[in-house]
Design a protein around this ligand. Structure first.
Ligand code: AMP
Ligand code: MG
Length: 705
């Protein structure tokens, strides 16, 4: 039941006269037959439209899900007391026999509610009526009810913030009236359509037409962001239909509660899964709250910040972006899952053979071993099911991966058999179910198999495909801009450099790092040390990027235009991090877009990018805060350091697996970066490293390079 050809979402109504526009009946459609939201003046007109559409669905051999924003059941105990059965569908029939609702929406719902109240002790459970409807058994106020003995809410309503109790029949937000009327209409529809229609979750939902109740507020953030619908009802039905059409309905419809409860109370389709549904509305820009302007500010008096504290503050200041998109599994490698993946089929989907051999019913093995069984003609192979039953006392040739034919529960390995085409003989003992795999042995259908935030690996693509998942919702790629600054920097490698000029080394390096992390690298070019130039580049970058990285000009010197500019206009927080190589790390917001200002020298720029940029960007990209995996190895070098700052040395492992470090620590030495295969991390505390001491080595691969 995982996919429907078309999904309809009906915003039902309890109006007592024909009405169009807000608070009337709207039908949203997605998939086959989709069109803009349809507005209908009466319940009779809506039911006629639905009947016509169901006829078209059945004629075309399609499957349709039709959702209504009414309660399909009442709190526990109600159905049993009213009808003698703890079944919501029995209440539907009870109501259908009593509700009158004519073509002009004139109806007797308040009288029927009063009649129900008379059958319960005390006063209630229904309440609420317009002035002039004087029904002594139907109180006008909920607070005057007593002794009816029923709960206010159903189990499912607890998962839907703001859901109103079914007992409330009148005034804002009430759902009771439209549910009484709707259940009566749907009971009639069920009777007419018969076995082609089922009601979720009370019945098994593998019919061409499935009815379900839902809650239009499940996707409120998308409705709020949506433009151009004219009225909220239209946006709700249209967007929710589209979300259900794209969602994995197998997962959403997997039994959310024990069956007796579901049959008695019903369940709101999508309850508790608003985020999952929102993830299917990627074409709507959902704008996350902007970062606060002071988010990077360090507390007063903090001078040199230890690396770990800087990391913790950075983690607290940033949040993931919410732009999502749906992609085919084959294109999803390296992308970040925006919602958990749910198996759409079991793996293996059916019991099959784990080996090449002979299959039979274990009960065929009577008497003493060795056993001889007559062989049936034909065979079962992978992709070629045998297609008939194997009677007890017989065996069939079976190959690895073949579905076990009916009657076969055990397989004996070919190498353990003698066969002459008519019989097969083998020694015992043979355990029941030997050499077979159970259906769902590796994964059950509807099981969650990969978490949200997972960066999809090649193996994940195999897993998702095996489990029937063809498309996945992923976070949009994080757009990371890279800007180089400095009067001495020459950005064009084809232009001969003057003596005072140096070629831009940082930008190609940082762009490649960003690409390797799976983000979208956006080249913002190079700007000289002039405020207006840099401001213009940041303006352009803020429009195109989710986050920007600059290099150069980040200290407090005369020529440090980036920090001056960010201080004046970008809420600069210059973090003096106790780190070598590092110097200050500038953090700022430029028009709400985070800016990471790196030192200019390439060694410091790379180290800061690996240590701070990687977790910061991965968090923003939706895959969480990634800290690198390090390994404790023996040092092949000697070094003393004082307490007070952390140091990263360019390093690699020698043939003995010991960490050697680059001879010069000068942070301008790009050759050392290229020589290195990782970093040795020396702790904040003082250290006296001798050859053979244990040090922490972090290979570049641990930083995702
Ligand atoms: P700054 O942070 O601007 O004081 O720069 C520190 C050092 O890094 C200076 O020697 C700069 O020339 C050098 N530098 C700055 N940007 C780059 C770059 N994009 N490529 C190579 N070296 C750079
Ligand atoms: Mg400079």
């Amino acid at each position: 039941m995982s996919r429907f050809d078309r999904v309809l979402v009906v915003d039902w109504s309890a109006n007592s006269s024909p009405k169009l526009g807000a608070d009337s009946i709207w039908i949203g459609r997605a998939g086959a037959g989709s069109r803009g939201p349809e507005n209908l003046p009466t319940r009779a007109a809506a039911m006629a439209a639905l009947r016509a559409e169901i006829a078209a669905v059945l004629a075309a051999g399609e499957r349709a899900l039709i959702c209504f924003d009414i309660g399909f059941g009442f709190p526990r105990g109600f159905a049993q007391h009213l009808t003698g059965q703890a079944e919501a569908l029995a209440v539907w029939d009870w109501l259908a026999a009593r509700i009158e609702d004519d073509a002009q929406n004139r109806n007797n719902r308040f009288a029927v509610a009063a009649e129900i109240n008379r059958r319960f002790p005390g006063l209630g459970p229904f309440w609420g009526r317009p002035n002039g409807h004087d029904l002594p058994d139907l109180p006008a106020k909920g607070t005057t009810r007593t002794g009816h003995g029923l709960a206010e809410l159903r189990a499912t309503e607890a998962l839907c913030a703001g859901a109103h109790p079914m007992w409330k029949l009148y005034t804002t937000g009430s759902v009771g009236s439209q549910s009484l009327l709707g259940q009566a209409h749907l009971a009639a529809l069920r009777r007419d359509i018969g076995a082609a229609l089922s009601v979720w979750p009370m019945q098994a939902g593998d019919t061409p037409v499935v009815l379900a109740e839902t809650y239009l507020s499940l996707i409120d953030p998308a409705v709020k962001a949506a433009q151009g619908y004219g009225c909220k009802d239209a946006a709700q039905v249209d967007l929710l239909a589209r979300a259900f059409h794209r969602a994995d309905m197998g997962a959403l419809m997997a039994a959310p509660a024990p069956a007796p409860l579901l049959r008695e109370e019903g369940w709101i389709l999508g309850a508790g899964h608003g985020d999952r549904l929102l993830a299917h509305l990627p074409d709507l820009e959902l704008v996350p709250p902007r970062l606060r302007n002071d988010c990077f500010a360090m507390p007063q008096g903090v001078a040199w910040v230890p690396v770990d504290e800087a990391l913790a503050r950075l983690q607290g200041a940033l949040h993931p972006l919410t732009r999502l998109e749906e992609v085919a599994v084959r294109d999803a490698g390296g992308r970040v899952l925006a919602q958990p993946l749910i198996a759409r089929r079991a793996n293996p989907p059916a019991a099959n053979s784990a080996v090449d051999g002979y299959g039979f019913a274990h009960a065929s093995l009577t008497g003493d071993s060795p056993y001889t069984l007559p062989l049936l003609a034909g065979r079962a192979a992978a992709g070629q099911p045998y297609g008939a039953a194997v009677p007890q006392g017989h065996a069939i040739r079976i190959l690895t991966g073949a579905i076990l034919p009916e009657g076969v529960d055990t397989v004996v390995l070919e190498e353990d058999c003698a066969a002459d085409g008519a019989r097969v003989a083998f020694d015992g003992p043979i355990k029941p179910r030997s050499n077979t795999r159970k259906a769902g042995e590796y994964m059950q259908a509807c099981a969650e198999f990969l978490p949200q935030g997972r960066i999809l690996t090649p193996a994940d693509l195999a897993l998702a495909s095996a489990l029937g998942v063809g498309r996945v919702a992923v976070h949009a790629r994080l757009r990371v801009g890279v800007l180089s600054t400095g009067d001495e920097i020459l950005s064009d490698p084809d232009v001969p450099a003057e003596l005072h000029q140096i070629y831009d080394a940082n930008r190609p390096m940082l762009l490649e790092v960003i690409r390797r992390w799976g983000h979208e690298a956006i080249d913002l070019g190079h700007r000289p040390d002039t405020t207006e130039d840099i401001a213009a580049a940041l303006d352009a970058g803020a429009r195109a990027c989710d986050v920007m990285i600059t290099s150069g000009g980040a200290s407090a010197g005369d020529e440090d235009h980036v920090s001056r500019l960010l201080r004046d206009r970008g809420n600069l927080s210059s973090w003096r991090i106790a780190l070598k190589p590092g110097r200050p790390l500038a953090l700022a917001l430029w028009q709400g877009v985070p800016v990471l200002g790196l030192p200019g020298n390439p060694v410091a720029a790379l180290v800061c990018t690996l240590v701070f940029g990687r977790p910061a960007l991965s968090l923003m990209a939706g895959s969480g805060w990634h800290m690198p995996q390090g390994y404790v190895v023996e040092a092949a070098f000697a070094k003393r350091k004082k307490a007070g700052r952390r140091e990263y040395l360019r390093a690699r492992l020698d043939a003995q697996g010991r960490a050697e470090v680059f001879a010069s620590e000068g942070s301008g030495r790009i050759s050392g970066l290229s020589w290195a295969e990782g970093l040795v991390e020396l702790p904040d505390a003082a250290a006296d490293i001798q050859p053979g001491s244990r040090v922490r080595y972090i290979p570049f691969t641990s930083f995702g390079l």
